[in-house]
Design a protein around this ligand. Structure first.
Ligand SMILES: Nc1nc2c(ncn2[C@@H]2O[C@H](COP(=O)(O)OP(=O)(O)OP(=O)(O)O)[C@@H](O)[C@H]2O)c(=O)[nH]1
Ligand SMILES: [Mg+2]
Length: 228
């Protein structure tokens, strides 16, 4: 445990729903990172994602019950659904490359541009170098990614969906940062007293996120396919 509770929240009230999108080139491991985080599963024979899917996991951060709603789409251009709908309402992004394929790292700048163009400017972005378990095949030095992240103001972590290394901690970091952003916005608006006060502003934004996502589900769920 990282000091976070991850037990069943079946009967507990959800304080927030945070939408997080996973992006990056095809075959970098986006779907498997999501599967590791939400189901603690990994599939060697993962098929390319077509369209859009999401998974959820409910966690407790700083005493708040947070449902992370994590969206996954195809890295392959021809399978991707409408970009702006995918990013709508997203508070966080996991931008994944493959530490064994230099090209996937070289494309990261393009993915950042896409985020800046379509997502909210306060979106929390975590750069993820996945497949860190393939030590002998490494093609992207950690320092290159650290430098890029510092330049662009991104968080950074190296993960392995295969053995689970750093997957939970990367998601928790993003969710914690989002919580920080949301709390700050609420305080700035003068309405949200986070500790024991009026959280109506936050609840309002939570409902917006849910209804936006429901629309996307009805529009896009039919495009999705089981990837394993
Ligand atoms: N060794 C290793 N293999 C991984 C890891 N993560 C994913 N893979 C493998 O990499 C391949 C692609 O994984 P996916 O999760 O389907 O990739 P994706 O980014 O979702 O690809 P698209 O859906 O096409 O965009 C699969 O064969 C996975 O088993 C990892 O951490 N380590
Ligand atoms: Mg996929």
């Amino acid at each position: 445990m990282n000091g976070f509770e991850t037990e069943s929240h079946g009967h507990e009230k959800i304080d927030y729903v945070f939408k997080v999108v996973v992006i990056g080139d095809s075959a970098v491991g986006k779907t498997q990172i999501l599967s590791r985080f939400t189901k603690n599963e990994f599939c060697f024979d993962s098929k390319s994602t077509i369209g859009v899917e999401f998974q959820t996991r409910t966690v407790t951060i700083k005493g708040k019950v947070i449902k992370a709603q994590i969206w996954d789409t195809a890295g392959q251009e021809r399978y991707r659904a409408v970009t702006s709908a995918y990013y709508r309402g997203a508070l966080g992004a996991m931008l994944v490359y493959d530490t064994t394929k230099r090209q996937t790292f070289d494309h990261v700048a393009r993915w950042v541009e896409e985020l800046r163009a379509h997502a909210d400017s306060s979106i929390v972005i975590m750069l993820i170098g996945n497949k860190a378990d393939l030590v002998d095949l490494r093609a992207v030095p950690t320092e290159d990614a650290v430098e890029f992240s510092e330049d662009q103001g991104l968080f950074f972590s190296e993960t392995s969906a295969l053995n689970g290394d750093n997957v939970d901690s990367a998601f928790f970091r993003v969710l914690e940062e989002i919580y920080g952003v949301v709390s700050k916005k609420s305080l700035e608006s003068g309405n949200g007293k986070i500790n024991g006060g009026d959280a109506s502003v936050l609840k309002g934004s939570k409902i917006d996120v849910i209804s936006g996502s429901d629309l996307e589900i009805s529009e896009m769920k039919k495009l999705s396919a089981c990837s394993c």
